[in-house]
Design a protein around this ligand. Structure first.
Ligand code: KIV
Ligand code: NA
Length: 278
């Protein structure tokens, strides 16, 4: 099947058809997400946390993103893939933003990039869109600014903050963004933003009044996620537990001699051994 298009996403918002999005970081996670029928894959810079083991997304580089985006592209060729612009890469100059976004498209085989920020980066967003690079916005809790925000806190709790976030969403739409992620904002604010713009909102910790949802792969299936359990995550499997148990059994089997068995071993009469040893 063909990847979703940004035109269809907008139609889905109008028809109130929820958009589904999940992060993926490598060939197997991408493949499984595609096979499960996800609408969009996000190669999130959350890979800094869940794959590379950093405390924040700040150390993640363009090269890291390209590397992971390429493997996701190989695993999910028929799914719309958005790749995060990592820390500072859309902030220094328009030229640098365009060069980075171009790498995501050409080397990372992305369909779109995602940039954290609102009004303050609207110009960079517009430049990408003019160049034919679709941009997904990301406002609310923006993890690349965690130290400036003073921690992972719910955003838009107070009127001033909420008004600023509505302005950010409108500025992103005006700049040509095709969708916007709302992370960790109050449900009423997310709902207000969703009804005040024409492009789809994708929520994470933003409640029910948005046009779509995104979650982090490792959170969804409890795959050794380093994050503390979060109120807004629903876990659907304990894959980490399954893997740990399987490895534990393997370790036990080797130590006890239960593995390998005769059926795992090559007897002398096997074809290859005959070729090798006559
Ligand atoms: O990097 C990421 O996974 C994200 C989502 C949480 C929206 O940006
Ligand atoms: Na991200």
């Amino acid at each position: 099947s063909q990847p979703l298009t940004i035109t269809k996403m907008k139609n889905m918002k109008e028809q109130r058809q929820p958009l589904t999005m999940l992060t993926a970081y490598d060939y197997p996670s991408a493949r499984l997400a595609e096979e499960a029928g996800i609408d969009m894959i996000l190669v999130g810079d959350s890979l800094g946390n869940v794959v590379l083991g950093y405390d924040t997304t700040i150390p993640v580089t363009l090269d890291d993103m390209v590397y992971h985006a390429r493997s996701v592209a190989r695993g999910a060729q028929s799914t719309f893939r958005v790749v995060d612009m990592p820390f500072m890469t859309a902030r220094i100059s328009r030229e640098e933003t365009l060069r980075g976004a171009a790498r995501m498209m050409q080397e990372g085989h992305a369909h779109a990039v995602k940039i954290e920020g609102g009004e303050d980066i609207a110009e960079e967003v517009a430049a990408c869109v003019r160049a034919g690079i679709p941009v997904m916005g990301h406002i609310g809790l923006t993890p690349q600014s965690v130290h400036q925000l003073g921690g992972f806190k719910v955003q838009g709790k107070w009127e001033k903050e909420a008004e600023a976030l509505i302005r950010d969403a409108k500025a992103l739409e005006q700049a040509g963004a095709f969708a916007v992620v709302l992370e960790l904002v109050t449900e009423p604010l997310a709902e207000a933003i969703t009804s005040s713009i024409g492009i789809p909102t994708i929520g994470i910790g933003a409640g029910r009044g948005v046009d779509g949802q995104v979650l982090v792969f490792h959170d969804l299936i409890q795959y050794a996620s380093p994050y503390r359990p979060k109120r807004f995550v629903k876990t659907y499997a304990d894959v980490g537990g399954t893997i740990r148990e399987a490895i534990g059994q393997y370790v036990g089997d080797v130590r006890s001699g239960a593995f390998p068995e005769e059926k795992h071993a090559f007897p002398m009469e096997s074809v290859i051994m005959k070729q090798l040893y006559g």
